[in-house]
Write a protein that binds this ligand. Structure first.
Ligand code: ATP
Ligand code: MG
Length: 445
């Protein structure tokens, strides 16, 4: 196939026939975030490379293998964002958003870029929805975050996604754990991949997150972080669990979750499913109390999550969740003859002013082809305007489902059509009510 009509590997198009699914999710997520007091933040697609090196972390897969990094003509190194947290934190600091009053709570919906092996649920351009809180150390902030993500899945009717949580402690208590890991993995260094060998010195916790099969096998029996966390971190974790219990959110503690990015501290969590194969993590998040300071700000507790929209779409498909289709055309106005075309065009625009979805021919088709198109787009009503109708001042509007016709005046078409739509809505409501006979029986019981 000609490269001109071939998308780049690892990217996907969202076609007009499918866009409503995305719009539905975006609206639902925005609504969920706004209910919790979060406001949208939009940051650039690319940032200075050092921002990701510093915040995501030099020893992570993302920084080591997956970033789209290039030099600009001016010789600056920039990188397409592989995730949303770094950009949001940078903007928070650059614009002193903390002056708006803490906690600052933001959400984002954006595209991310990672150079990965493209497969189901793993793309090179993909979409994330995420939420971030700055300036809240309390365990309720963790629970609020987890609740929002969980509620999104509930509202979509998904049942096969489970929540796994863990605590990876703070910088201080992690020192002992890091030493224990170093000792353990050194004993098995001949089974580690090259990347993990370099991690062994710099950041052994990253080995636990390696996808390589032999590293995974070794990692299974590695020391567990929960055995090493300090009293404060342990108390925080207990509180998070208490609030999750209070919110009726089910979870399991999975001591092997460490998350792929360097900036995490204390609570980490993942929402996972078995329904979409190997790429089963739909959402990941946690606390990163050191991030803002790492970027040069005041010490500021922070936390967040990011949800992969493509993976969410796959889960919805696997669980058979259908989303409501968009509204179809209310009225298709076919016209025959030059004068009629003008009238049809006027009426179409008039109806649009009144917020109806109205369409008329803009191709120059014959009547049959116009009606075929009206059918194809699923128009609820259609009307044909010809010279005769212009003369009589009336035209017959046809209900495309029932075939029933109603004559409307062309001079006052908008008002007549509104009446017709109201009547059809009333009929639909009446049809959905229990019949009189049924309600009598029930009343007699
Ligand atoms: P994985 O272990 O699957 O590589 P990750 O730890 O790299 O995930 P995060 O950086 O936590 O992922 O990103 C949050 C979410 O974004 C993931 O849980 C997933 O749903 C989604 N995601 C990450 N990478 C991709 C990708 N390449 N394609 C599609 N979705 C992705
Ligand atoms: Mg990854």
């Amino acid at each position: 196939m000609d490269i001109l009509t071939k998308k780049v590997k690892g990217t996907e198009d969202i076609l007009p026939s499918d866009a409503y699914r995305w719009q539905f999710l975006e609206k639902l997520m925005r609504n969920e975030a706004e209910k919790c007091g979060f406001k949208e933040i939009r940051t650039p697609v690319f940032e200075h490379t050092v921002l990701f090196n510093r915040s995501v972390g030099e020893t992570t897969d993302v920084v080591q293998k997956e970033m789209y990094t290039f030099d600009t003509k001016g010789g600056e190194s920039i990188t397409l964002r592989p995730e949303g947290t770094a950009g949001a934190a940078r903007a928070y600091l650059e614009h002193a958003v903390y002056n708006d009053g803490l906690p600052v709570k933001v959400f984002y919906q954006l595209t991310c870029y990672r150079y990965e092996k493209a497969q189901a649920g793993r793309q090179r351009e993909f979409h994330q929805f995420g939420m971030e809180t700055y300036g809240a150390a309390d365990a309720r902030a963790d629970a609020e975050m987890i609740f929002a993500a969980s509620n999104i899945f509930d509202r979509l009717g998904l049942s096969g996604i489970r929540l796994e949580i863990n605590s990876i402690g703070c910088k201080t208590c992690r020192r002992d754990y890091t030493n224990a890991l170093k000792e353990y993995f050194t004993q098995h260094r001949d089974q580690l991949c090259d990347t993990c060998l370099s991690r062994l010195e710099r950041n052994p916790m990253r080995i636990l997150d390696c996808k390589n099969e032999s590293c995974r096998i070794i990692a299974k029996d590695a020391p567990v972080v929960l055995d090493y966390i300090c009293g404060d971190c342990s108390a925080h974790f207990e509180k998070v669990k208490t609030f999750l219990d209070a919110a009726d959110i089910e979870y399991t503690v999975n001591p092997t979750i460490v998350r792929g990015l360097d900036y995490y501290t204390r609570t980490v969590f993942e929402f996972v499913t078995d329904s979409i194969g190997a790429q089963g993590t739909v959402c990941g998040g946690g606390r990163y109390d050191g991030l803002i300071e790492e970027l040069g700000g005041q010490p500021t507790p922070a936390l967040g999550f990011a949800m992969g929209i493509e993976r969410l779409m796959l889960v919805m498909k696997a669980e058979g969740i259908e989303l409501p289709e968009p509204e179809k055309c209310d009225l298709y106005i076919a016209a025959l003859g030059e004068e009629a075309e003008k009238k049809a065009f006027e009426i179409t625009l008039d109806l649009r002013r009144s917020s109806y979805i109205a369409e008329t021919d803009i191709v120059g088709r014959g009547l049959r082809a116009q009606m075929k198109y009206a059918n194809k787009i699923g128009a609820k009503y259609s009307v044909v305007i010809g010279d005769d109708d212009l003369e009589s001042g009336c035209a017959k509007v046809k209900n495309m489902k029932t075939g029933e016709t109603t004559e409307l005046s062309l001079d006052d078409f908008g008002a007549g059509f509104t009446q017709l739509m109201l009547q059809s809505r009333r009929d639909a409501v009446i049809a959905s009510l229990p019949s009189e006979k049924n309600s009598d029986t029930r009343g007699g019981e």
